[in-house]
Ligand binder design. Structure first.
Ligand SMILES: [Mg+2]
Ligand SMILES: [Zn+2]
Length: 268
């Protein structure tokens, strides 16, 4: 029954179109959309550095510790602070559990869940000036780690004495970004690495809030989308650009995760 129905209805011209479509699909098998997320004030609705300081024994970071690190890099201060936690009996487990309680921005968990369900279409990178341990802790607590291909951030590690260490990424020097991490360089490196593996991106969607998100946005092209958080520095910086320096990518400001989700869903 079925075969005769197919013979009557499926005409050779239609079959040819199907074959052509399949061939096109095979040729573009590696094409995906790359979503890139900042962490602090984007995925989470606070700054992880401020959040972790709430764990300080006595409720306040001692003034002498601030003084000692005033002229130094923040990661050095955080390394010292984590030693202080360790000396006061705060375990890595407790520290990371506390970090995991940092609130995600409204709707952002749904965005990562959506990406996790559509891994054939979307890749996902977190590019952040926080550190890998803190970011992983928040993802794992929500069962979201499988939605993310890579975390590009400062380093975090728990040593065999049960102490957390963090240290700066320090790989690139860039005049636009902060000293520790250039998200623009990281993004272009990732895209190149993926191309070598046969994965190419038809589009990049960059979601962020801060000054150090500007560098990667600057490098994006006209088929890409930049999503700056409303009321934060990245949008301010984009709006201050002169017409001749305008970003090539389309700019779509966001207030909550559902705004990001709507953009990603529109590409399905
Ligand atoms: Mg941020
Ligand atoms: Zn940069």
């Amino acid at each position: 029954m079925t075969s005769s129905w197919v013979q009557k209805v499926v005409r050779p011209k239609f079959l040819k179109t199907v074959v052509e479509r399949l061939a096109f699909k095979m040729a573009t098998k590696g094409d995906k959309i790359l979503s890139v997320f900042d962490f602090d004030e984007t995925l989470i609705d606070c700054d992880s550095d401020d959040w972790i300081l709430k764990l300080c024994p006595g409720g306040q970071v001692p003034e002498w510790m601030w003084e000692k690190h005033r002229q130094r890099h923040y990661m050095e201060f955080l390394e010292h602070f984590l030693q202080y936690l360790h000396d006061n009996g705060v375990t890595p487990k407790h520290t990371l559990e506390f970090m995991a309680e940092a609130p995600y921005t409204d709707g952002m968990e749904d965005v990562l869940k959506f990406i996790g369900k559509n891994r054939d279409k979307f890749d996902c990178v977190i590019a952040s000036g926080a550190n890998t341990l803190f970011i992983e802790a928040t993802l794992k607590a929500r069962g979201l780690e499988h939605a993310v291909n890579r975390i590009d951030s400062n380093h975090g590690h728990v040593d065999d004495k049960g102490r957390i260490h963090v240290w700066a990424y320090h790989k690139h020097v860039c005049t636009i970004c902060s000293a520790d991490i250039c998200k623009g360089a990281l993004l272009s490196e990732y895209v190149k690495e993926q191309a070598q593996k046969g994965v190419t991106y038809t589009k990049v969607v960059y979601v962020g809030d801060g000054r150090n998100d500007f560098c990667p946005c600057k490098g994006l092209g006209c088929s890409d989308v930049v999503m700056p958080r409303k009321g934060y520095k990245l949008l301010e910086r984009i709006e201050a650009l002169t017409p001749e320096n305008r970003l090539k990518a389309k700019v779509v400001p966001w207030e909550q995760g559902s705004d990001v989700l709507a953009v990603l869903e529109s590409f399905l």
